[in-house]
Write a protein that binds this ligand. Structure first.
Ligand code: UT7
Length: 386
């Protein structure tokens, strides 16, 4: 039996801050309303050069540096996101290229705000079976690009960011002890992002198709009700599955959606609020990225100790929800600035290698006389309209 341990973690938040007061200048709302209803004070926004893959890269590079694992040792990369650059290639494949993780398989995972829990579960199970040894799991989002900035019911909630962990197989018991994953697709229309291609599920109706742009559509009240009912239940279920009791749990790191959802869970489980780690006041709801970002902050604040039992719990679109219990084993030593520089140099080299491969592909195509992708596009432009 192999155990999947978290051996590194990292997060990246864009610099630009959007405060509740800034939002009050954009839509009919106020700092007071947002803070009392959600607990959020401000969130971060990606700049025009930042994409989901670049945020994911920054978080993954930090997690790898901490774990002292080289990208070439990584077997599997999963990016949980609702805001991928493309349908394909996956953001995970872009990340694999940026990292120069030459031996890794890579794919994106779509489970909305529960995506990080799903990714953790899949990667940990792959490690437990011996199929892979080292995995990089990332939650990364640029939600600002799919937010309707005129809809005060949603635009006040979301933010951009990324968080990553490195999982490694070991014979030492611990790491990811148990996970539970759930879905209820009958509630899919409560929180959705339509892809705008005219093929939405028929029972969502034409009003859904006509009324919604490619921005987040949410029934806040209903999602709130769903979250408050599944979060406590899911935590209890996973703790039992891990063979533990609630007294054994040191810290719960929940998806950072709304302070009131977390308060409700604490009350229902009869736990003190301090058992739940919260940083949504500074970053808002970053969907799949929120749990690994919160984990990084908890580590920074000295809230994680060897042998602590941590619970992660996520919920969101799908509807999906899920939890994980992780035995925290490591306190990695700090990385020297020299080593950090060396790692950065490797990533520059990885980009250069990627460019060289692209050029070589073009050169070979030219020698073989086969049309380049650009030539094919030009050909397509010349074809008469049907
Ligand atoms: O990652 C998972 C994704 N989502 C969630 O977890 C979200 C879960 N839901 C929520 O967090 C809450 O439902 C919200 C924070 C989104 C909304 O809070 P609420 O207490 O459920 O408000 P509501 O939607 O029931 O609206 C109450 C009132 C309405 O006015 P009327 O009809 O009572 O006159 C809204 O129009 O508040 C109004 N309202 C606002 N007022 C000021 C809605 N949004 C705003 C706003 N500022 N930003």
């Amino acid at each position: 039996m192999r155990y999947a341990h978290i051996v590194g973690w990292g997060c990246y938040l864009p610099e630009q801050v959007l405060t509740n007061d800034d939002l009050a200048g954009m839509v009919d709302t106020s700092n007071e309303w947002i803070y009392t209803r959600t607990g959020i004070r401000e969130r971060r926004l990606a700049n025009e050069k930042e994409t989901t893959a670049t945020l994911a890269f920054e978080a993954a590079a930090r997690a790898l540096a901490m774990s002292k694992i080289n990208p070439t040792q990584v077997d599997l990369i999963i990016v949980a996101t609702s805001t991928p650059e493309f349908v394909f290639p996956s953001t995970a494949s872009l990340l694999q290229d940026y990292l120069g993780a030459r031996k890794a398989g890579a794919f994106d995972l779509s489970a909305a705000c529960t995506g990080f829990i799903y990714a953790l579960s899949l990667a940990a199970n792959s490690i437990a079976t011996g199929a892979v040894d080292t995995a990089v799991i990332v939650g990364a989002e640029t939600l600002s690009r799919i937010t309707d900035w005129q809809d005060r019911g949603t635009c006040i909630l979301f933010g951009d960011g990324a968080g990553a962990v490195v999982l490694k197989g070991s014979d030492i018991p611990g790491g990811v002890l148990a996970t539970t994953l759930r879905s209820d697709g009958s509630g899919g229309n409560l929180l959705s992002l339509y892809n705008g291609r005219g093929n939405a599920v028929p029972h969502y109706g034409t009003s859904y198709l006509n009324g919604h742009k490619s921005t987040i559509h949410m029934n806040g009240r209903q999602v709130f009700r769903f979250a408050t009912s599944v979060v406590p239940e899911s935590i209890e279920e996973v703790v039992e599955k891990a063979g533990l009791t609630m007294d054994d749990v040191s810290l719960i790191v929940p998806h950072q959606a709304n302070q009131r959802i977390i308060d409700h869970a604490a009350k229902k489980l009869k736990l003190p609020p301090e058992k739940f780690f919260i940083n949504l006041d500074r970053f808002g709801n970053t969907s799949a990225a929120s749990i690994p970002i919160a984990l990084c902050d908890a580590a920074k604040e000295g809230k994680l100790h060897p042998d602590d039992n941590l619970v992660f719990v996520g919920f969101g679109g799908g509807l999906t929800w899920g939890s994980a219990v992780v035995k925290w084993n490591v306190t990695p030593p700090p990385i020297s600035p020299m080593r950090r520089q060396w790692r950065r140099a490797r990533y520059v080299a990885a980009r250069a290698r990627s460019r060289v491969r692209q050029l070589a592909r073009r050169l070979l195509a030219w020698i073989a006389g086969s049309p380049t992708p650009d030539a094919r596009l030009k050909d397509a432009d010349k074809r008469p309209e049907e």
